[in-house]
Structure formats: structure tokens, C-alpha cells
Design a protein around this ligand. Structure first.
Ligand SMILES: [Zn+2]
Length: 429
């Protein structure tokens, strides 16, 4: 199946914007520019008044937590987890996880995301949702080492890798997902590292999210979370570290030295009052920084354009950080750098040879007028409701704002039923 996106304003590799044509052959971008005579399109997408960008990469999510969205808000991380979230999660079954994932995926596609990097439980149900919906994902079994099921969770992560790494036509990659140093002691993490090495898999973990986490870690182990992870060999594997808000200069050097990639979650960090990550300092050291919504954990949303907007805004307010983040760089963090953070080298850019993961924004309306700089308008003026068309792996998942692979009404109905059962709360409808 060949798709042709005709006469579209496209954000190309390196941030150049130009009016062009994008040829999609099966799952890949085969050419950008003049339409070759040999190219036969099965389907033509009119790109007039549209902006084509690489599909967003949401580099840190807990997507099935859509089920708990708005159940408890405006709390500090540990109070929220221990008193609200963990008790309800204990009641979730596999169907809940599946429908929560479907809701989140529907929302991500509608807001222009084509890849998400997820950590949670019952991940085979998330993998099933990924297979059915056509989105791309990097999945890990979230593991709490101190929980009674810690060892079982590790075995489940191994099964997830065996069953799903490379599945769904290569759209699924599997990582190992130890939750964080404060829930996974070094002895447990060492078991995780051994398994990750056995499978040659990467690791996705929360690190240095709050000031308390860092203080407690120093008290218990005499080291910051980053130094502790280095000392036990966690960084000898490829690692995607979510948050990294509270870092010393030495921590930043360790992150750079081991090529640890960072998933920056400004919305979540603001909402939980965790702080503002020193992203300018990380970027100055050449560290790869992607963006995540942490959705829908505390942050409640999966909207990557909003996250990109936040990333561009809050670093201008952070006077302790030396680097302003311009709109194009924030967009890059949500696309090309996000793909690298996720460990993927075949998505995140519009160029020949890449997977055809493409988002088209409608540029009609007041927010796009006047148009001196489309990237500036995208980051500072547009909203995700303007996403018109989404392709992932060369397939159209959203057409004129309508989902093609998901029955949205059924998903909303079923999630409401699940949420009611889990919380005992009657829902407004
Ligand atoms: Zn998280």
C-alpha cells in the first residue's frame, strides 16, 4: 500500500520547513520531493494547508492509568501513590489494563503521537492493544522490587521480552522496567541487570524525581540515586531514565559518560511539585533528552504538543539553567531526540528510509495566522485538537480527525464501567 502526501508543508530533518511531497511505500518514507514517475500511489492525501511533522514520541508513559485519571489529584508523589493509586491498582484485572491502554492509545493517536514508551503491569494486554491499533511502542513490565510479587514481575518482564520484542511487524520493542531505586533495592536491581544482559535488552527506570528521593537515597546508601545506579552497573546497559530532576554536577557527568538517555516530563514535575529538571545543563553535555507526559500517571494527560510547549516555556523561567530552549529544539525533543531516547533509530524524522510515522496538523484557523514561522506556531499557538491525519508504520490511523482502527465510543463506555467498578465511585456522565 503506497500513500502519497501531496503539496504539504513539511518539517524535515534538522528543522527545515518546506513545501513538498512525501512518498510512502508500505511502512517507510521512500522519497521526499518531486514525485518519481515510477511511484504509483494507492492513496493520495491532500497536504494543502497542512503541516507534516514526524509523529510525536512520548518517551515516558503509564498508559493504562487513564483508568485512574482524575481519581486523585494535587497530592505529593508518595501520598498519592501509597494512599490512592496502589490500593486501586491492586484491584485491576487484565481487561481493565487492556481498555485503559485502548483509551490512552486512542487519545495519543488523536493528538499526533505515533510511539509511546510505557511501563506498567499486565503488559501483554498493552501489547495486544498496540498490535490492534497500529501504534508503535516500547514496553516494559513495571517492577516494584520490595513488593511481594517483585520476583514474579521480573519473570513477567522476561516473558514479555520473549513473546513481544519485535512483535506487531516490529512495532513493539521490549525493555526491562524496574520502577525506581526507592522501590527496587540494589540486590533486586542486580537481578534485573542480569536478565537485561541475558536478553540484550535496555532498561527504563524513574531516577532522581524528587528531592526526598535523593535525600533518602543518600541517607540509606551514601550516594545519590544516579551514583548508586552507576555503582551497581545499571548504566552498563542502555538506559532510559525518566525525570532526572534533582542532579548534582557529578550526576550529570555520570549520565553523560554512560550515554544514559533522559525522558523529561515537565508537566508531571510541575503538577507533583517535584521541581524543574536542569535540561539546559544536560543538553550542554550532549545528553539525549526526550519528552514524556508521564501520562496518565499524576499528569493526567497524553498530549505531547502540550508537553513540548511546556518544555519550551519553563526553561526560560528557570534562571538557574543556562540554556533557553527554542521552539524548534523543544519540537526536536518530542520527535527525533525522543526516538533516540526510546532506543529507536527508524522513526522521529521525516526523511527517506525512516518508518512512515507522520502527523499532519490542519493549518486552517486563527492560531496559524499570520504564518511567519510554522514551528513557532505549532509549539506556541496550535493545539493537539488540530491534528488531522496520522500515519504509523505507513498505515493511516487517523483520517480527518477520525480514528480508523479504534471504536472510540466503545472504549469510552468500557473504561467508564471499569473505573466505576474499581473505585466504587459513581461517575458523572
Ligand atoms: Zn512515570
Amino acid at each position: 500500500m503506497n500513500n502519497l502526501i501531496k503539496n504539504v508543508l513539511a518539517v524535515l530533518t534538522g528543522g527545515t520547513v518546506k513545501k513538498t511531497n512525501i512518498m510512502v511505500t508500505n511502512d517507510k518514507i521512500s522519497a521526499i520531493g518531486d514525485i518519481p514517475e515510477t511511484f504509483k500511489a494507492d492513496n493520495i492525501i491532500d497536504g494543502e494547508d497542512k503541516l507534516a511533522i514526524p509523529g510525536f514520541i512520548n518517551a515516558h508513559t503509564h498508559v493504562s492509568m487513564t483508568l485512574l485519571r482524575s481519581y486523585a489529584d494535587d497530592m505529593k508523589l508518595m501520598d498519592w501513590l501509597e494512599n490512592k493509586i496502589w490500593p486501586i491498582e491492586a484491584k485491576m484485572n487484565k481487561d481493565d489494563i487492556y481498555w485503559g491502554a485502548m483509551l490512552g492509545i486512542a487519545e495519543m493517536i488523536k493528538t499526533g503521537t505515533t510511539t509511546f514508551v510505557d511501563m506498567y503491569g499486565d503488559m501483554e494486554k498493552v501489547a495486544q492493544a498496540v498490535e490492534e491499533t497500529g501504534i508503535r511502542a516500547v514496553l516494559s513490565r513495571g517492577m516494584i522490587g520490595v513488593a511481594p510479587n517483585g520476583q514474579q514481575a521480573l519473570e513477567e518482564n522476561c516473558s514479555l521480552f520473549e513473546d513481544y520484542n519485535g512483535a506487531a511487524d516490529g512495532r513493539i520493542t521490549v525493555m526491562f522496567g524496574p520502577h525506581a531505586p526507592y522501590t527496587c533495592p540494589p540486590e533486586f536491581l542486580q537481578k534485573v541487570i542480569a536478565k537485561a544482559q541475558k536478553y540484550n535488552a535496555e532498561i527504563h527506570i524513574h531516577l532522581a524525581e524528587t528531592e526526598n528521593e535523593v535525600q533518602d537515597c543518600k541517607k540509606q546508601y551514601g550516594k545519590t540515586p544516579i551514583a548508586l545506579m552507576e555503582s551497581i552497573g545499571l548504566f552498563d546497559q542502555g538506559v532510559l531514565a525518566a525525570h532526572c530532576v534533582h542532579l548534582t554536577t557529578e550526576d550529570i557527568d555520570i549520565i553523560a559518560k554512560h550515554n544514559v538517555r533522559v525522558a523529561h516530563n515537565p508537566g508531571s514535575n510541575l503538577k507533583l511539585a517535584s521541581g524543574i529538571a536542569p535540561i539546559g545543563k544536560l543538553l550542554e553535555k550532549g545528553i539525549c533528552v526526550g519528552l514524556g507526559t508521564d501520562g496518565t500517571s499524576s499528569n493526567n494527560n497524553l498530549d505531547m504538543l502540550e508537553e513540548i510547549n511546556l518544555a519550551a516555556l519553563i526553561h526560560k523561567a528557570n534562571t538557574l539553567d543556562p540554556l533557553l530552549i527554542p521552539a524548534a529544539q523543544a519540537l526536536n525533543m518530542g520527535t527525533a531526540a525522543g526516538a533516540k531516547a526510546a532506543g529507536l533509530n527508524n522513526t522521529g524524522e521525516l526523511k527517506p528510509g525512516m518508518k512512515a510515522d507522520i502527523t499532519l496538523f490542519s493549518m486552517q484557523g486563527t492560531q496559524w495566522t499570520p504564518c511567519y514561522d510554522p514551528i513557532s506556531l505549532l509549539v506556541y499557538s496550535a493545539n493537539a485538537g488540530m491534528v488531522d491525519t496520522v500515519l504509523a508504520d505507513g498505515k493511516i490511523l487517523l483520517q480527518k480527525g477520525k480514528l480508523t482502527t479504534i471504536d472510540e465510543e466503545k472504549v469510552i463506555y468500557t473504561v467508564n464501567k471499569s473505573a466505576q467498578r474499581l473505585t466504587g465511585k459513581s461517575l458523572l456522565n
